[in-house]
Structures are given as structure tokens and as C-alpha cells.
Design a protein around this ligand. Structure first.
Ligand code: UGA
Length: 442
């Protein structure tokens, strides 16, 4: 099938590439000329394991093309995906201007029947508005002969494992207004679930809400565990044992129950905010989510407070190593990363920070204060040189089982603030470290 993908961000690029990989012809369109030139030269603007190889293979075989010319891409395609950003506006609502611009351009340029599929995360009712914008443009061209359908297919891929998530999905949600569009989309997505039908058809508003509901549910689980971890410290329980005990109930399950320094990234914070905003707008307040957001915000402050308390409220003259600047492992994405909040707080209290991240370093540098008090290191051990303490903020693989003896030799102090509960508290104490985890009381 022939596909036009508008937007070459995370979702657009991965979706377009994976659709090409199963034999479709895909045009990826973006207004950013430099980005398109880079992609045409085989340079991938994001760090995503495995993506570069699949892009290169499909470009070589002529199934994947990049352009800034929407008209050229549209003329050639039956399906038109909208996968542009929906960043949070000042009031927390999703900014839909990029989505609506794309819709208007489709209406202004299309010459034959299209199925317009929204893939960006958008509030309930937005796909209908997209249809309205397309119709308006068509009407202004006086082209009553032109017809189209709209659909909404949310994306559930995770950064760092995006290809795998796309190729082997738990489910594919298809929101449509009629059975013909549903059938065509089922056919398009069938290669990703050949053995078992994982495609769930539903109405467009239900599909729109499914996306927000899924991310908000996962964020709720995390905030629940973070709040419970704080409680554990008060009552002498260990959150890791509680997590194991709870998660073994098949009704609860073990995923997304790991406490830490709060969720980050471009999705959970934005989507929780947007659903709270939609609740208020529709006089149906999402009070549970308001708490989820509040707990997430205060979790970082609570962790920082632990550091501060350890040093009696004064970090003057202290050197602290920070491992992990990206919001989670396997990505260079630093959006809403804990390090971006916590490092400036440490600096304010007089600390010098020795920071390291396997791939997020450059992005973090661009966001963090420009100061000599942050030293960017070449590896995680260099970050420890003469450090009084270590803050572990992202559980990258190389940080999970480091050489503890070497760490002790390099550090001036012996304190570890483990923001991701990666280490065994008893083992750490036995090795002579002063260990602070999240909700660990063994
Ligand atoms: C999330 C969802 O998991 C995807 O299904 C969804 O498609 C995506 O948002 C999106 O809307 O585009 P992502 O933001 O890439 O994916 O990252 P996750 O792996 O879900 O992690 C989100 C945050 O939660 C990270 O900060 C992570 O450290 C934190 N987390 C995750 C925890 O603190 N505890 C956990 O147990 C799991």
C-alpha cells in the first residue's frame, strides 16, 4: 500500500519505517528541510537502537523516501498519517496547532480519495476537528468531487524499544467511523500480528481516550509506588519486597511498579496534564490524576531532600557524581528528565557536579545551566573521581553492576543515593558504602 507520513519525529519516523519494512511504499514528509536532508543522507536525528539499519535498508530498496514536498507524497498515497507533535500548552492542554496545520495542508493539496489517520496523541474530539479542517479547505477550493475518511490509531511504542514495540505490539487500536476504513486499516496492520489478531476496532472517541487512559494508568501505577515507597521508609517496610509481593498477583502484574525519582519523558508528563485539562474542560475533574502529577513532582524534591539531609543542608565544597542524564535508559531524550531538575538544585546549594550519560550528554548539556560547576565526564568511573557521593538517576545497563571496589578507590566519600533501586542495600552496607535507596528499609 502507499502511505504518506506527515512528521518525522519519534512516532512518524518509526511508524513510517516499520510500515516500509513490511513492504509498503512510504513517503515521510517534514517541513524541516535540514532534517529531511539528513534523513536522505542516512543520518537519523534521534537515538533509537536498530532504527538506522532499517531506515537504510528500506531507503536502498526504494520503499522509504523523505521529502518536504507534501503534494508529491500525497498524490502517491491512499493513507495519510498525521504524526506531528502535540506539545503541552501553558495551561497543560495539548497544543494542536501542528495537527490542524497538517489537516489544512491535506485539504488544500489532495487530488483524490484519502484515508487520513491521526497518530499524534490528541484529546477526544480532535479527529472530528481534523475532518472539519480538511472539509473546509476542500470547500474553499470548490472541489465537491473530493472525498476522504478519517481514523485515529494511537501509538504505544516506548523510546529505546520502539522498533520491537511496533513490530510485536500487544495490541493495535483502530478508531474509525465506518467498517470499510476499519477493514483497510486492519489489512495495513495485519503483518504486525499474523499469528494472533491483536487489532481492536472501536469508535474514534474511544480510541482517542484509550491512548491517554493507557499512559495515565501507567503513570498512576508509578506514582502509587513512589508514594508507597515514602511510606515504607516511615514504617520500616521495604518497597522492593512489597513490589514483589504485590506484583505476583496476576490481577496486578509486575510491570510499571518500580519506584524511583519520578516518571519523565515526552509522554507521561504531557499526557497526564492533558487529561487533567480535558477533565476540567468537560466538567468531569480527574482528581486522581491531579494527585498522580503532584506525587511525581514532589518525588524528585523528596529525593533531593534526602541528599541535602545527608549533608546537613549544605553542599558547599561537595562534589557529587551524577550517573544518568536521559529520562530513562536507551535514549538520548532528556525531556522532563530528573537530572534536569536535580542538578540545578544541587548547584544552588553549592555542589560541584560530575555528570555522565552514555548518550544523553549533549542534549543534557544544552538544557542544563552553563557553568564550570558541572563537569561532563567521559565515562561513569571518571565521574566518580574525588566525588563525595554518587546519585544514580537513570538505570543504564553499565550502571547496574559496576565495579564497586574501583568505585570506592575513586571516590573521596562513600555515599550512594540510588534513585532507581538498582543495588542491594545489605550488600552495599557490607561493602562499606552509605546507601540511600527509594523506600528501602532492610
Ligand atoms: C510511554 C509508554 O510506555 C508508551 O506505551 C507510549 O507509547 C509512550 O509513552 C508515548 O505515549 O509515546 P516512554 O515515555 O518512551 O513510553 O517511556 P516508558 O518506558 O514508559 O517510561 C516512562 C517513564 O516512567 C520513565 O521516566 C521511566 O523511568 C518511568 N518508569 C517506568 C518508572 O519510574 N517506573 C516504572 O516501573 C516504569
Amino acid at each position: 500500500m502507499r502511505i504518506c507520513m506527515i512528521g518525522t519525529g519519534y512516532v512518524g519516523l518509526v511508524t513510517g519505517t516499520c510500515l516500509a519494512e513490511v513492504g509498503n511504499h512510504v513517503w515521510c514528509v517534514d517541513v524541516d528541510q535540514r532534517k529531511i536532508e539528513k534523513l536522505q543522507n542516512g543520518e537519523i536525528p534521534i537515538y533509537e537502537p536498530g532504527l538506522e539499519d532499517i531506515v537504510a535498508r528500506n531507503v536502498k530498496q526504494g520503499r522509504l523516501q523523505f521529502t518536504t514536498d507534501l503534494k508529491e507524497a500525497l498524490d502517491d498515497s491512499l493513507f495519510v498519517f498525521i504524526a506531528v507533535g502535540t506539545p503541552p500548552g501553558e495551561d497543560g492542554s495539548a497544543d494542536l496547532s501542528y495537527v490542524f496545520n497538517a489537516a489544512k495542508q491535506i485539504g488544500a493539496s489532495m487530488e483524490n480519495y484519502k484515508i487520513v489517520v491521526a497518530k499524534s496523541t490528541i484529546p477526544v474530539g480532535t479527529t472530528e476537528k481534523i475532518a472539519g479542517h480538511i472539509s473546509q479547505e476542500i470547500a474553499s477550493r470548490d472541489r465537491k468531487d473530493l472525498d476522504f475518511d478519517v481514523a485515529f490509531c494511537p501509538e504505544f511504542l516506548k523510546e529505546g524499544s520502539a522498533i520491537d514495540d511496533f513490530m510485536k505490539p500487544d495490541r493495535i487500536v483502530v478508531g474509525t467511523q465506518n467498517s470499510r476504513t476499519a477493514e483497510l486499516l486492519k489489512e495495513l496492520f495485519s503483518p504486525f500480528c499474523m499469528r494472533e489478531n491483536r487489532i481492536i476496532s472501536m469508535s474514534i472517541p474511544s480510541a482517542e481516550l484509550t491512548k491517554y487512559a493507557s499512559n495515565s494508568m501507567l503513570a498512576t501505577r508509578i506514582s502509587f509506588m513512589n508514594q508507597l515507597a515514602r511510606f515504607c521508609e516511615k514504617v520500616g517496610a521495604d518497597i522492593d519486597q512489597v513490589r514483589h509481593g504485590m506484583g505476583s498477583d496476576s490481577r496486578i502484574g509486575s510491570a510499571f511498579l518500580y519506584p524511583g525519582v519520578g516518571y519523565g519523558g515526552s509522554c507521561f508528563p504531557k499526557d497526564v496534564k492533558a487529561l487533567i485539562h480535558s477533565g476540567i474542560e468537560n466538567q468531569s475533574p480527574m482528581t486522581l490524576l491531579e494527585s498522580v502529577e503532584e506525587i511525581n513532582k514532589t518525588q524528585r524534591e523528596w529525593f533531593y531532600q534526602k541528599v541535602l539531609n545527608h549533608y546537613d543542608g549544605d553542599l558547599t565544597g561537595k562534589t557529587l557524581a551524577v550517573w544518568g542524564l536521559s529520562f530513562k535508559p536507551n535514549t538520548d531524550d532528556v525531556r522532563e528528565a530528573p537530572a534536569l531538575d536535580i542538578i540545578p538544585w544541587l548547584l544552588e546549594k553549592g555542589a560541584t557536579v560530575r555528570a555522565y550519560d552514555p548518550v544523553g550528554q549533549e542534549n543534557a548539556k544544552a538544557e542544563l545551566p552553563k557553568t564550570d560547576s558541572i563537569i561532563y565526564c567521559e565515562d561513569n568511573y571518571q565521574a566518580l573521581e574525588n566525588a563525595d557521593g554518587l546519585l544514580l538517576l537513570t538505570e543504564w545497563l553499565p550502571f547496574r553492576r559496576p565495579e564497586f571496589d574501583r568505585m570506592k578507590e575513586l571516590m573521596a566519600g562513600d555515599v550512594i543515593f540510588d534513585g532507581r533501586n538498582q543495588y542491594n542495600p545489605e550488600q552495599m552496607n557490607a561493602m562499606g558504602f552509605v546507601y540511600h535507596g527509594i523506600g528501602r528499609c532492610v
